[in-house]
Write a protein that binds this ligand. Structure first.
Ligand code: ADP
Length: 510
């Protein structure tokens, strides 16, 4: 084949340029092909490159940049099939046509399977232009398709990166409730990897009963209304930590408008909810404090002014009195008034202390403390007539805030003494204490005048007095309740009018 030289021939048809690379070992066949092209492809200005061996063929693929390759099937040092492989490696979209007489029917099928675009028999070369036009159209279509595929791929990549970078957990469900997609934010939120959850039902992984029921309702909504919905659900993450999430669910609709799945965006609102609840609680506390402050200012001014007015009156009367015994009586009255004022100021100070000071824990000897308080109330007229006892059941030491426990006992004991009924035989006041590892239960029991049943529930209100006989401000039990709450405990009362009263205080030990 050495006598054949690679050759470039220009046709004169001034239309679309078409570079045709021809691999052919027979000069006559090449010329026939050339004539066939020039005569039958008037719309193209063809430039032909004729090569006979692999080296020239491969060089020409790059240097000549053909629009189409026409190749013989059998070549002495090269094969048509190898040329096809080389062409596809160079450019899979470059049309490759076999032009040969040797090709059998079954070989045609094989070559097409291998990627050849067309086959034209040398004895029917008049078909060549038609085959070339077809191949070029197919190339256009394939390029368009490829372009569309690449655009779709790029779009999908963009969407995927949106989903992967989303701070919201994104979960896709199939119609049967199985998880189809699970993005990295979902992994972070629930602590389960994509592989652990995909193809599983949600309730197989997360607290079955509750979420199971919830999801049935959600599915019904989405399938019937085919619109988005929103709900809040509690759940547990992989470590068993409870989380509260807001779910935004959207149905996925096919071209016929039928739902084929659901996509949910899930936001962790545990912290937000906690902050909201905290804010709400703080707001309620502030409202309460404000109301109490109003009441406090009103009542405090009244309770402080009343004794001052009565003192001024007593002084005026005493000034005009000549009988020293009478003057002494007025002084005694003034002393009582001042004592009452002092108690009131003392209560206000206690109230303010409870709000201000933090809880300090130390070991407390409750028996000793109660006896100390009994001693403090010796001055009360009634006190000496009352049988006072204290019984402490001490299993373990008691740790709490001494000042606050003392405030509570002081108030309860002084009330039992103040509201004692001296007609009882004998009037008594009993303090019973049971200390366990968990808590202390203190009961202050008396057989005094008791409280009217309809007023019992109000005695812990600020400035509430349940009897005309009260010489106090009505602040004591309010402070007791506040103090017990501050210590994390609770107080209850039971009373029978004319029979007696029992206060029960529970406070954590330690
Ligand atoms: P006060 O300054 O009136 O004693 P408290 O807040 O201490 O105010 O008590 C509220 C009301 O509860 C009292 O006015 C009294 O009617 C009633 N009370 C409290 N403790 C007893 C008790 N041990 N026996 C009978 N009544 C009591």
């Amino acid at each position: 084949m050495g006598q054949f030289q690679s050759n470039v021939l220009q046709s004169v048809i001034p239309m679309h340029p078409l570079h045709v690379l021809i691999l052919e070992d027979n000069e006559l066949d090449f010329e026939l092909t050339q004539v066939g092209l020039e005569q039958n492809l008037p719309e193209f200005r063809c430039t032909l490159k004729w090569v006979t061996n692999q080296e020239d063929f491969i060089k020409a693929l790059s240097a000549f940049a053909p629009d189409i390759v026409l190749s013989d099937y059998n070549l002495p040092q090269y094969s048509g099939l190898q040329a096809l492989v080389d062409t596809q490696a160079h450019d899979p979209f470059l049309p490759f046509l076999f032009v040969t007489g040797e090709l059998q029917e079954e070989k045609v099928a094989e070559t097409i399977r291998n990627g050849a675009w067309e086959y034209v028999s040398k004895d029917r070369l008049f078909r060549l232009p038609v085959a070339i036009r077809n191949a070029l159209k197919i190339k256009e279509a394939r390029l368009e398709k490829k372009k569309a595929e690449l655009a779709l791929e790029a779009r999908e990549k963009r969407f995927r990166s949106l989903i992967e970078q989303s701070p919201l957990a994104i979960i896709e469900w199939g119609m049967d409730g199985h998880i189809v997609e699970w993005n990295p934010a979902a992994e972070r939120l629930y602590g389960y990897s994509r592989d652990q959850v995909v193809a599983k039902r949600f309730c197989e992984i997360f607290s079955p009963e509750k979420d199971g029921e919830d999801s049935i309702q959600i599915w019904e909504d989405l399938l019937v209304h085919k619109g988005p919905n929103k709900h809040i659900a509690k759940g547990l993450d992989a470590a068993g930590k409870p989380i509260l999430c807001e779910w935004y669910n959207n149905p996925l609709l096919d071209e016929e408008g039928e739902v084929f799945g659901i996509v949910s965006m899930v936001e962790d609102i545990t912290e937000r909810k906690y902050a909201e609840e905290n804010l709400h609680r703080k707001n309620e506390e502030l409202t309460k404090i404000n109301e109490e402050l109003d009441k406090f200012v009103y009542s405090a001014s009244h309770d402080l002014r009343a004794p001052v007015t009565s003192m001024l009156g007593l002084i005026e009367v005493a000034k005009m009195e000549e009988d020293p015994r009478q003057v002494f009586e007025y002084l005694d009255k003034q002393k009582k008034t001042l004592k009452k004022m002092d108690e009131f100021i003392h209560e206000i100070v206690n109230y303010s202390r409870n709000g201000r000071l933090s809880v300090l824990k130390e070991e407390i000897d409750l028996k000793h403390l109660v006896e100390e308080i009994y001693g403090q109330y010796h001055y009360l007229e009634k006190a000496s007539f009352i049988e006072k006892s204290v019984e402490v059941n001490l299993l373990v030491p008691f740790f709490s805030d001494r000042q606050r426990i003392s405030m509570v006992l002081n108030n309860l004991i002084s009330n039992s003494l103040k509201y004692a009924d001296l007609d009882k035989t004998p009037p008594f006041l009993r303090v019973e204490v049971n200390i366990s590892k968990k808590e202390v239960v203190i009961e202050v029991i008396d057989n005094g005048e008791g409280i009217r049943p309809d007023l019992v529930s109000k005695i812990f209100d600020m400035f509430y007095r349940a009897t005309q006989n009260s010489s106090g401000s009505g602040l004591g039990l309010y402070i007791v309740k506040e103090v017990v709450q501050k210590l994390g405990g609770e107080i209850e009362v039971s009373s029978d009018l004319g029979q007696g009263t029992r206060f029960k205080v529970r406070v954590p030990n330690g």
